[in-house]
Design a protein around this ligand. Structure first.
Ligand SMILES: C[S@@+](CC[C@H](N)C(=O)[O-])C[C@H]1O[C@@H](n2cnc3c(N)ncnc32)[C@H](O)[C@@H]1O
Length: 158
């Protein structure tokens, strides 16, 4: 039933005009200031998964310190293009290095807050049955740590 409603809404004649642009989230020059109603972003989680081998602008090739620096530019651009009173939503997860949790999610949340965006909600998304779950499960037993089984959906308002 829910799917049917979704489909009907999507096919409405006044559903709007969709434009897709391929760009670098750190430099969105083609988007004017304060012009966007809603930002939904799902950045790489540093270099946990590398999305390319040789794309220069791909921040999934950056190790954590450099990645966080680059995310400052992404956050600044998000703040710049978002209209006042509108929302920026970020899906983000944590990672683990040498058996210790690195709270990447909260680091990115803080970077976005530092632009002036105000945190409205933290929503927890359960995560299971991913392609890498088997790898982490084996290692969690071998090296005695808990599985990271959630991601965050940070909702921030300008
Ligand atoms: C966690 S994935 C998100 C995937 C997305 N949810 C989807 O379904 O396509 C992170 C994405 O960010 C992209 N990415 C990496 N560096 C970027 C940059 N500088 N600007 C924009 N996107 C970038 C990667 O190529 C990858 O597709």
């Amino acid at each position: 039933m829910a799917r049917c409603i979704e489909k009907c809404n999507f096919e409405k004649e006044n559903a709007g005009h969709i434009t897709i642009k391929n760009g670098d989230a750190r430099k969105l020059d083609f988007i004017p200031n304060s012009s966007i109603d809603l930002i939904c972003t799902h950045p790489p989680y540093a270099n946990i998964i590398k999305y390319s081998e040789d794309i220069e602008n791909d921040i999934s090739r950056c190790a954590i310190p450099e990645y966080l620096k680059e995310m400052e530019s992404v956050a600044r651009e998000c703040f710049r293009i978002l209209k006042n009173e509108k929302f920026c939503v970020i899906l983000m997860g944590d990672t683990r290095q040498k058996g210790h949790v690195i709270p990447l999610g909260f680091s990115v949340m803080k970077i976005f807050e530092s632009t002036g965006l105000k945190l409205k909600e933290i929503i927890i998304k359960e995560q299971f049955n991913c392609s890498t779950t088997g790898y982490w499960k084996t290692n969690s037993i071998k090296y005695n740590f808990l599985l990271l089984a959630h991601e965050y959906l940070f909702v921030l308002k300008k």
